[in-house]
Design a protein around this ligand. Structure first.
Ligand code: HEM
Length: 135
């Protein structure tokens, strides 16, 4: 039986299920398995992030743009729209597998939007890095 996403416990469950798919993926799992040293802390942080995003609590404090630019730089600027596509596919899949209702649609929309901004920001960051190395 699918349920609505109503509280932190639901978000936590979603985040855990999502990352178990991500970690097992052959194409993008290694980005996460290489970078993330403390999975408990990461899952807690991402639960804070999505809870903050959905329920307007003030738990997440961070800068996802800076973090993703760093991840991209750590892998020599090789992240493409393919990686974002795979990420979003798992996000949609996990949402649909366990949940239904308005918050499912909100979380799909917000992740898609954020993915676009993160990707553009990575491109700009790469350009800046390249310009700096020419100076
Ligand atoms: C498409 C939408 C995506 C969203 C909404 C998203 C969201 C986030 C958020 C909120 C964090 C935590 C940032 C912080 O530490 O404060 C994070 C961390 C991370 N993301 Fe993403 N992400 C997306 C796509 C991707 C993709 C495509 C990759 C890699 C191919 C990626 C790799 C990572 C890694 C490795 C971390 C952990 C970095 C670290 O703690 O060292 N993300 N992501």
């Amino acid at each position: 039986m699918k349920k609505q996403i109503e509280n932190r416990t639901d978000v936590e469950f979603l985040v855990h299920q999502f990352y178990s798919k991500i970690r097992a993926d052959e194409e993008i799992g290694f980005y996460f398995n290489t970078m993330i040293k403390n999975w408990d802390a990461h899952l807690e942080k991402l639960t804070d992030f999505w809870e903050t995003n959905l329920f307007a609590v003030k738990k997440y404090k961070g800068n996802p743009h800076a973090v993703h630019n760093e991840v991209d730089a750590g892998f020599n600027g090789q992240i493409t729209s393919n990686e974002f596509g795979i990420w979003l596919n798992y996000w949609f899949q996990t949402l649909e597998e366990y949940f239904e209702g308005e918050n499912v649609e909100i979380l799909k929309r917000r992740a898609r939007k954020m993915g676009t901004f993160l990707f553009v920001s990575m491109f700009e960051h790469r350009k800046k890095m390249a310009e700096n190395s020419l100076e």
